[in-house]
Design a protein around this ligand. Structure first.
Ligand SMILES: Cc1cc2nc3c(=O)[nH]c(=O)nc-3n(C[C@H](O)[C@H](O)[C@H](O)COP(=O)(O)O)c2cc1C
Length: 386
């Protein structure tokens, strides 16, 4: 291919230059200890950087201890937590990837089991491991689902503390060399629970019409932008739609995206759903290839902001089509990258880019070039012998 596909063309965001437009989506590993990363995190993240992605996001990192989803969540609520993540960040950067950290507070969806322990409220089976529930807070005193913990409605002073915690977390991320921070405003966690009329029943300045419900998200964005260097990009992940009648919808997302843009958010990462405990949202039920791409497209067009598409983007050809059609600026890959951490370099080969394995780490590329030649010879000989 003479012209590089957009997927593998560099992309500039403020002063950051990504080597390509493949982004590894944030993926919780539920393998941290009291918020501290373990060797698992290093190995998990290292592979994606070695595998050629342009930008690798860590999983959601809790900005406060109480804002973890599970006992195994990563945290960034102290300087020592951030420093523990630094070796992973440094290694990923040494492999040519940019590094993002997603900043999060779980709100009323905090204090639950790891997926493989049940994904529901912590119970006696978790207590055996010493994992007890902790008090949760949220926009309104309504649990995320039946049998879930009743959140205490956050006072304005609690909101202020959370806003400050997001800003402090961004400052810490900068100190360890992180290139991008993303505010987690999706999936029913704290910020989205303020945004959605399904979970925000407040009657003060943070509840009521959409302007009031957006207040908390915008305060966080403003505070993070102020704490985060001007030359570094800021992303914001949204649930583009709740997927429920009377819930947050795409027109609301466009309005939010315009406000975020005015505050200096660079990219809206367009996810959807999650503002309920277990159970299908409408969008879950319709999970086809690229099912969230229409959200990225509409927000990009109507709010005139860069977007990241995510969700069931399976191969390079599909990703390239999305970029070529101007439906999104960046392509985030989740589960496909778990299956194949070398997704980016494999797709590049399939698309006729990187014939010489230059996109691979040199420790592998040198051998792979010879492997390819050897296999070619072998196949020729086998064909001749047939
Ligand atoms: C193991 C796992 C953990 C996840 N953790 C997060 C997370 O920390 N933050 C987040 O915003 N989304 C999280 N997600 C959602 C992904 O980032 C992504 O949006 C979703 O998997 C859809 O993309 P995919 O179809 O390419 O997997 C997680 C998904 C998986 C599979």
């Amino acid at each position: 291919m003479s012209q590089l596909p957009l997927l593998f063309s560099p992309f500039e965001l403020r002063a950051l230059r990504l080597r390509n437009r493949v982004v590894i989506s944030p993926m919780c590993q539920y393998s941290a200890h009291d918020g501290y990363p373990t060797d698992w995190h290093f190995a998990h993240l290292a592979k994606f950087a070695m595998g050629g992605a342009g930008l690798v996001f860590t999983e959601a990192a809790a900005v406060l201890r109480a804002g973890r989803i599970t006992h195994g969540d990563l945290g960034i609520w102290t300087d020592t937590h951030a420093r523990a993540l630094q070796p992973s960040v440094a290694f990923m950067k040494s492999q040519g990837a940019a590094v993002g950290v997603q900043l999060a507070h779980a709100g009323r969806k905090a204090s639950i089991q790891r997926p493989w322990h049940g994904n529901g409220p912590l119970d006696e089976t978790d207590a055996v491991r010493g994992e007890y529930p902790w008090p949760v807070t949220g926009a309104s005193p309504e649990p995320a689902g039946e049998g879930w913990l009743l959140p205490a409605e956050m006072a304005v002073s609690d909101i202020t503390k959370v806003v400050e915690a997001f800003a402090s977390a961004a400052r810490r991320a900068n100190e360890i060399g992180v290139d991008v921070v993303e505010i987690h405003g999706a999936h029913g966690y704290l910020i989205q629970s303020f945004l959605s009329p399904l979970s925000n029943r407040r009657t003060d300045a943070y509840g009521g019409d959409i302007k009031a419900r957006m207040c908390m998200a915008l305060e966080v964005s403003e505070a993070v932008r102020a704490a985060w260097p001007r030359e570094k990009p800021l992303f914001f992940r949204i649930s583009s739609v709740d997927g429920f009648e009377g819930g947050w919808d795409i027109a609301d997302s466009v309005m939010l995206a315009r406000e975020l843009k005015s505050l200096g958010v660079d990219v809206v990462d367009c996810s959807s759903g999650g503002n309920a405990a277990k159970g299908a949202t409408a969008s879950n039920a319709l999970r086809g290839r690229g099912f969230q791409v229409p959200f990225a497209e509409q927000i990009r067009k109507d709010a005139d902001i860069m977007t990241q598409a995510v969700g069931m983007i399976l191969d390079g050809a599909q990703a390239e089509e999305i970029l070529q059609a101007g439906r999104a600026d960046l392509i985030a890959i989740g589960r496909e990258a778990l299956y194949d951490p070398f997704w980016a370099v494999h797709q590049a080969r399939d698309m006729g880019v990187d014939a010489g394995f230059e996109m691979w780490p040199e420790q592998y590329g040198w051998w792979l070039k010879r492997r390819a030649a050897g296999r070619h010879q072998l196949e020729k000989a086998e064909r001749a012998a047939e």
